[in-house]
Each structure stands twice: as C-alpha cells, then as structure tokens.
Write a protein that binds this ligand. Structure first.
Ligand SMILES: CSC[C@H]1O[C@H](OP(=O)(O)O)[C@H](O)[C@@H]1O
Length: 388
C-alpha cells in the first residue's frame, strides 16, 4: 500500500496517510488501520473486524496519538453497534485502552451518546447514529487540524519575526495522529509551505522512537529539512542557540493548563525556559479536560518495561507482553521505569494553539474561554462528556 499524495501549488507533497478508515466490504464493516508499530520499514494495514482487535491495536500503539485515538474510539463504538456486539462492553474496553489520552474517551462517549439517544428508533437507527457521530468526529478533526496549522503559523510569525525557523519537536504529531495533517507537525508543515521553516529538529523519542520512525517518515515525504537526534542531545542544541521554538502535541490538558504529553516533553520545557525559547503546545480543544483540575490529577500510563530494555518489531508491546522476545539492550530481567507521558506545568508553556484560537498566557480562564468558543463545544461538556 502506498501513501496517497497531492502536490500543492508550492510543490510540496501534502501527505494524506490513510492512518485510519471505515470500510464496508460485503462481509461486514471494518476499521482499517495503518500499523504504526511497523513504520517506517513496512506499511502494513490492520483490518479490525471487532472491538477486541481494535482495543489491542490501541494498546500496542498500532493506532496512536490523541486525536486519532478519539476517531478510532468513536468508530469502535460504531463497529460494535453495526455488527451487533455489546455496545456497553465496547465503550468500557475502548475507553480504558489508554488512560491518559483524553480524546479516546471523548470519541467513545460521543458515539455512545448518539447510539443511546437513537434508542427509540431501534437497533438500526442506533447503529446509523453511532456511525454518523464517528464520521462527525473524524471530519471535525480534519477541520481542526487545518485551523491549528493556521493559528500556529500566525503565532510563529509573531514570536519569531523574519522566518527561517529552527523548530524542535518531540514524538509524532502529524498526519499519523489525525484525520488531517496533525497538530504540532501540521504547524511545522505550514511553516515549510510558507518558506519559513529552516530546519525541523526531530527528537528520536525513546523508547518507542515515534520521532525517528514516524515524524521523520512524515517529514521526508513533505520535503522539509529535518534532522533526527537522540533525546539527550536536545540540550546542546539549545545551548548552541540552534532552536528557535519547540512545538509539541498533547494527550490531555488539565483545567489549570498543565500539559500531559510524551515522556521527555517536560525536560524540553525546562530547557526552553532556561534558554528563553518559546515552548508551544498544539492541540484541539477536545484534548482539554476541564474536569481534571490540575496536572497532578492526570493518570500517566505506565507501559511494559521491555519497551525500554529490548528493541523489537513491532515497536510496542501490549500489556502482559512476554519479555525476552526482542534484542536486549539491558540485562534480561532488568527493572525499567517506562511512563508513556510526563506533565508540564502551565507556567512553562508559552502558548497553547487550538482550532478555536491561541491561549497565551496559559490560564484556567483562557482555556475555558477558548473551549467555550470552539464550534464543537456545544457537543461536549468537561472532559468530552456529551452535554445532557
Ligand atoms: C498530537 S497527539 C500525539 C501525541 O500522542 C503521542 O503519544 P503516543 O505515541 O503514546 O500515542 C505523543 O504524546 C504525542 O504528542
């Protein structure tokens, strides 16, 4: 399977990776995923015919990234409804598959609320309603991605007049985590298209290498100048004055503006503050969880230790995965600390770029305001719960 490309008038490939799609073959509807644990070496598609298969794909990061998890969760509820599986069981299994990324629960709850609201019309009406809501979540993310790219590009112009930006990013926040071109990486791509990106510094992002494997995969196809680096090398880039701004995504933003993102984000925020470099978070308002008061309340997913102590394909393990099946990079049985995320306090965040606008400085009121102005705020209250 090759990627679908459209070459823009700027001659830059606008990558449209089919990271996830709903299909209705004669044998019944399926969710088709690009298996991100096999990239960049192999482009392998997973066809999920039931919810357990989709839950496993989420737990092993075959499908990953907050916005895409929201889309996957919504289609998972639709898959259960259309195929006559137990929807309540599906909601529970999907919402718990990865606890930190709020979008997963957001997408699941939106499709589940649509399914339940259609009960008077019977099972077929309920299945149709769940699928329609999943498609709406998908379409909204595509739109949100484009708006974030616009707002983010304008912000870079304000923060860094004159173009020639050298942007450092961590993990992967491009088309692979979105229905559109992503969040933070979509802003870098917009800067590239505008001729304002001089270099994208790509943290490899240990242990699962989302940067080296996935961000580089996307950057290579868009023609932007990029360089992969060990996470530990970022400090010397800042010290050498080689970083003009940091752009990262988010998995959950608490009401106080604390940002949960891939582990390694918090140290970058500290480095950025010390070196007076803007630290910018790019995320849709669906990633803001006003029900979680502060960063310390965010549940941080702990992942299998062998993701640290072994190299293996696929590049991620599910819970209960068997140790010793990969190439050891530590003695067998070595203990490992492997939090999937860390939390950056609002005071270290220069701005949060959403589809509804930019929050800077990052305050509780500013976040609540931008969420209330989001065109989709009417369909959510708090952490994505459907408005009653
Ligand atoms: C823009 S959301 C992408 C977000 O998700 C990543 O986590 P994971 O690879 O574990 O799904 C990382 O935190 C990215 O910033």
């Amino acid at each position: 399977m090759g990627d679908q490309y459209e070459v823009s008038e700027a001659g830059v490939a606008a990558l449209t990776i089919p990271s996830l799609r709903w299909e209705e073959p004669p044998e019944g509807p399926v969710v088709v995923l690009l298996d991100q644990t096999r990239l960049p070496a192999e482009e392998v598609e997973l066809v999920c015919t039931d919810v357990p298969a989709l839950v496993q794909a989420i737990r092993t990061l075959a499908v990953r990234g907050a916005p895409l998890l929201g889309i996957a969760g919504a289609y998972g509820v639709a898959l259960a409804a259309v195929r006559g599986f137990d929807v309540d069981e599906a909601v529970e299994a999907l919402a718990q598959a990865r606890p930190t990324a709020v979008n997963l629960g957001y997408g699941v709850r939106r499709a589940a609320a649509a399914y339940r609201a259609a009960a008077p019309g019977g099972p077929d009406a309920q299945a149709a309603a769940a699928l329609a809501e999943a498609r709406a979540v998908h379409a909204e993310d595509i739109e949100a991605s484009a708006r974030m790219a616009e707002h983010g590009l304008a912000l870079l112009g304000e923060l860094l007049p004159g173009g020639g930006h050298r942007i450092l990013t961590h993990c992967n926040s491009g088309a692979l985590v979105s229905g559109g071109e992503g969040t933070a990486l979509a802003v870098a791509l917009a800067a590239h298209r505008a001729g304002e990106l001089r270099r994208l510094w790509v943290d490899e992002t240990r242990p699962l290498l989302q940067g080296a494997r996935l961000t580089a995969y996307e950057a290579a196809r868009t023609g932007m100048a990029y360089t992969v680096l060990p996470d530990g090398a970022a400090g010397s880039l800042f010290a050498g004055g080689e970083v003009d701004a940091v752009l990262i995504g988010a998995d959950r933003i608490a009401a106080d503006g604390s940002v949960a993102n891939k582990v390694g984000s918090y140290p970058l925020a500290v480095l950025a503050r010390y070196h007076h470099v803007p630290f910018v978070v790019v995320a849709p308002t669906s990633t803001v969880d006003l029900e979680t008061e502060e960063g310390s309340d965010i549940e941080v997913e702990q992942r299998p230790g062998q993701e640290v102590t072994e190299f293996s394909l696929p590049y991620a393990q599910g819970p209960g995965a068997e140790a010793g099946t990969g190439i050891p990079v530590a003695p067998l049985g070595a203990q490992a600390y492997n939090p999937a995320f860390d939390v950056t306090p609002a005071e270290l965040v220069t701005a949060i770029v959403t589809e509804a606008g930019v929050v800077s400085p990052v305050t509780r009121n500013g976040l609540a305001e931008v969420c209330s102005t989001s065109r989709w705020s009417k369909s959510r209250s708090g952490n994505g719960m459907m408005a009653e």
